[in-house]
Design a protein around this ligand. Structure first.
Ligand code: MF3
Ligand code: CO
Ligand code: CO
Length: 278
């Protein structure tokens, strides 16, 4: 059996896809909105001279002030509330004393726990002026996530999500990172199934109402290959090309998709606020 009703499911990744009830949607809505509100709050703080450590402190305080627990602190030895992934960093960039500079593009990824439910989301921000090719990459990454969300509906399969993302990205001569994927989410942070951002239409399990997962494509301007820095976390493009990522936590409904981490302030694409160079 591939699916299990969530009330019967243990509080861990059993490898089975959990199907959630209406109350669980309410739990994810609350967690997702606090995670999204945290990213909204950070928008005006992303500017030249600000350190990623400072952004992490702001995110932690926001979470605690809103009755949420930062999910990443103590997660597999991680010590921060957010990941801050700048330029050629693909994901899992560690907040540090590094100050943001004009032209930097940065992904901020936050996960909070509210009443046991995980809200996991990330967006791209930029310090102006940004290069045209960087702006194009961030636009493409957001569109690719959206294409994945449009494919995430009853009647489709998991492979349709990955295929739609891969098609859009490769049509623009960019590449999809294959070493990291989206994941089931809920009371478990990283649950089954893996959500690959590439694949073939019709492959994999059928999508069913009550599934919760993230869609979080990482897109590189150059080749797909990534490496991990000696800190054990920071993932970078091997060719040092720019990389971008967007992430939403979503739930499948009978009629469509609920996006738990939609921006309450309407800042779903903060990267668009930055002026382009030249
Ligand atoms: N938020 C990341 C994700 O999208 C996970 C970060 S784990 C950490 O799944 F420990 F690096 F923070
Ligand atoms: Co995630
Ligand atoms: Co995340």
């Amino acid at each position: 059996m591939v699916f299990t009703a969530v009330q019967d499911a243990p509080l861990r990744n059993t490898g089975q896809i959990k199907l959630h009830s209406e109350e669980h949607f309410a739990g994810m809505r609350k967690a997702g909105q606090i995670a999204a509100g945290c990213l909204d709050m950070l928008t005006e703080h992303v500017k030249e001279g600000v350190t990623t450590e400072h952004l992490d402190n702001l995110a932690r305080e926001y979470a605690l002030d809103h009755g949420a627990t930062p999910a990443c602190i103590f997660y597999r030895g991680y010590r921060h509330t957010v990941c801050t992934s700048i330029n050629h960093v693909v994901c899992h960039g560690i907040p540090a004393a590094r100050a943001l500079r004009p032209g930097d593009i940065v992904n901020i990824d936050v996960t909070v726990i509210v009443d046991g439910w995980h809200g996991d989301t990330s967006r791209m921000y930029a310090v102006p002026p940004v290069k045209r090719k960087a702006m194009r990459l961030m636009d493409l990454t957001y569109s690719a996530m959206q294409a994945g969300m449009e494919a995430a509906r009853v009647g489709n399969h998991l492979g349709d999500i990955g295929a739609s993302i891969q098609n859009m990205v490769e049509a623009e001569r960019c590449s999809v990172v294959r070493d990291f994927c989206g994941h089931g989410v809920g009371r478990v942070f990283h649950d089954a199934p893996n959500i690959l951002h590439f694949g073939r239409p019709g492959d994999g399990p059928a999508l069913r109402a009550g599934m919760f997962f993230t869609i979080e494509p990482m897109v590189n301007l150059g080749k797909a290959a990534v490496g991990i820095l000696p800190d054990g976390w920071t993932s970078v493009t091997r060719d040092r090309s720019l990389s971008a990522q967007y992430e939403h936590s979503v739930g499948i409904t009978e009629t469509g998709l609920e996006v738990f981490t939609k921006s309450p302030a309407g800042i779903d694409q903060p990267h668009k606020l930055a002026a382009v160079e030249g």
